[in-house]
Ligand binder design. Structure first.
Ligand code: FES
Length: 241
């Protein structure tokens, strides 16, 4: 088996350019791991802990994590979410879809920032939302997708938000959540997948300042408010694939 040292020794014999390409491929093949952030409790508008059993099935819920301005979906599906599907990107990053957690193993969470051109839910409008069921123009139906109406990227909620169709280059970033079985409380603890937060902050710097002031890049901290999307966004675009 070729180890790192053997690899570089053979590089000196076979040409640096070829080796650089080959080593790039090897480095990119390492699966991504969970990136830990603060353990943030999901709470209601009054700051009281949300109970998992209070969450409706197949409804759009939003919270902000891992930053105060970065939105994420919390979804309770109708059946256990198996996860573990291999996900990857054109650049060679890979990871395994997270399984559902909590009652019925049915709770999953994903970043609500589209992996294409970073559309996201704002208090005024959202182009991206979970759609329980939708029918396209030629009568085909799909279920349990997150659909970004900006350019029609669709993500499969039951498969780690893998791209089903459209121009998005990769799955939505997974948000790692935990359930305390004793208290029935929910927590966000990290991310898994390719993060787009740097690009998000760069693209929306001015708007984020308007909506969140100086806290836009602040970490979510101990608690994040969970909203029904219809209560958070004045308008949500609906579209078919
Ligand atoms: S921004 Fe979502 S599909 Fe283009």
């Amino acid at each position: 088996m070729t180890n790192r040292r053997d690899f570089f020794q053979s590089c000196t014999q076979s040409g640096a350019a070829l080796c650089a390409m080959s080593y790039g491929a090897i480095a990119q093949a390492v699966p991504l791991e969970v990136k830990k952030y603060a353990r943030t409790k999901l709470v209601n508008q009054q700051g009281l802990a949300i109970k998992a059993t209070q969450i409706s099935v197949r409804k759009n819920y939003l919270f902000h994590y891992p930053f105060e301005s970065t939105p994420a979906f919390l979804l309770r599906m109708a059946a256990p979410v198996v996860g573990k599907k291999p996900l990857n990107t054109p650049k060679g990053d890979s990871w395994l879809a997270l399984p559902g957690i909590g009652p019925g193993n049915a709770f999953v969470a994903f970043s609500a920032i589209c992996a294409h051109k970073l559309a996201y839910p704002t208090p005024q409008l959202s182009f991206i939302s979970f759609q329980e069921k939708q029918t396209n123009k030629i009568g085909q139906t799909s279920q349990d997708v997150i659909h970004c109406c900006a350019d029609h990227s669709q993500y499969d909620v039951l498969a780690g938000a893998a791209v089903l169709s459209g121009p998005a280059p990769q799955a939505l970033t997974g948000i790692v959540i935990e359930h305390d079985a004793r208290t029935d409380e929910l927590f966000a603890v990290g991310t898994l997948g390719v993060e787009v937060y740097d690009a998000f902050f760069a693209k929306y710097d001015f708007k984020l300042q308007m909506d969140h002031g100086n806290s836009a890049r602040r970490m979510a901290g101990q608690a994040s408010t969970l909203h029904l999307m219809d209560n958070y966004c004045k308008q949500t675009a609906r579209c078919s694939g």
